[in-house]
Design a protein around this ligand. Structure first.
Ligand code: CTP
Ligand code: CA
Length: 227
């Protein structure tokens, strides 16, 4: 094996990353999901590990492999993801890249829902899922650094600023998911870093480049904190 001599500024740091979508069951064979591929979250986990961090990845169902050498917990639903993340505390930092389903069905059916002649389609009763980022942002065991993502189709910065305050987050990586060939599912991403001190617009980059640059920012922010 080649000897990796690059600096490891995140050595000794435990960092949690969430990635991918969540699946919320309707019945044993059906679920509600979204278009998240997990590419950005997995790339961030890998980039943090390259800087020496002890990364714990919590991934929803994705079609891509676990990043090599990274301890990955697989979950399906938002509530499973919340429990997995809380179970990994304490940590130095947590990065919430997952596109968590905002709602789940109020009670998923134990048996496959059947078409009944004359009954028409079923009505799905929805309830809100726990907000994992807000839970951890306000946690008594809150990591020193909490980073959120924001998927927006309009008013990107204003919406990200609202999320920043509401969820107890240090900074938000905001992206416009409405753009053609846009972030969700694609390989490129154009993001804005929204913090209490201002907004930094990054140029259009590959998701790997966004991940590497974000890992550098996280290493910089943790530099002055005792291990
Ligand atoms: N998030 C989370 N748990 C949820 C919903 C969102 O942890 N139940 C996290 C996401 O991982 C992301 C951030 O919160 O880091 C923002 O997600 P986003 O969907 O943009 O914001 P929401 O608060 O869900 O608001 P909305 O979808 O209405 O814009
Ligand atoms: Ca949402």
């Amino acid at each position: 094996a080649r000897l990796d001599t690059r600096p490891k500024p995140l050595a000794g740091r435990r960092i949690i990353v969430t990635s991918g979508p969540t699946h919320e069951p309707i019945d044993p064979v059906r679920y509600i999901a979204n278009r998240s591929s997990g590419k950005q979250g997995h790339a961030i986990a890998a980039a943090l590990a390259r800087l020496g961090a002890d990364v714990r990845l919590v991934s929803g169902p994705v079609g891509i492999p676990d990043p090599a050498g990274i301890d990955t917990i697989h979950v399906e639903s938002a509530r499973e993801m919340r429990d997995a993340v809380e179970g990994l505390l304490p940590a130095d930092a947590a990065v919430f890249v997952a596109a968590v389903a905002d709602w789940r069905t109020a009670n998923s059916a134990d048996e496959k829902i059947k078409k009944v002649p004359g009954d028409g389609p079923p009505t799905l009763q929805m309830v809100e899922n726990p907000d994992i980022l807000a839970t951890i942002g306000h946690h008594r065991n809150r990591p020193y650094l909490v980073v959120g993502f924001a998927a927006e189709t309009q008013n990107i910065v204003a919406n990200a600023e609202t999320k920043l305050k509401k969820k107890g987050v240090d900074f938000i990586v905001a992206n416009d998911v409405s753009a053609a060939g846009g972030a969700m599912g694609g390989d490129r991403n154009r993001v804005k870093i929204v913090s209490r001190t201002g907004v930094e617009a990054w140029p259009d980059m590959s998701k790997d480049e966004v991940a590497a640059r974000l890992a550098d920012v996280i290493a910089e922010r943790l530099k002055t904190v005792a291990v």
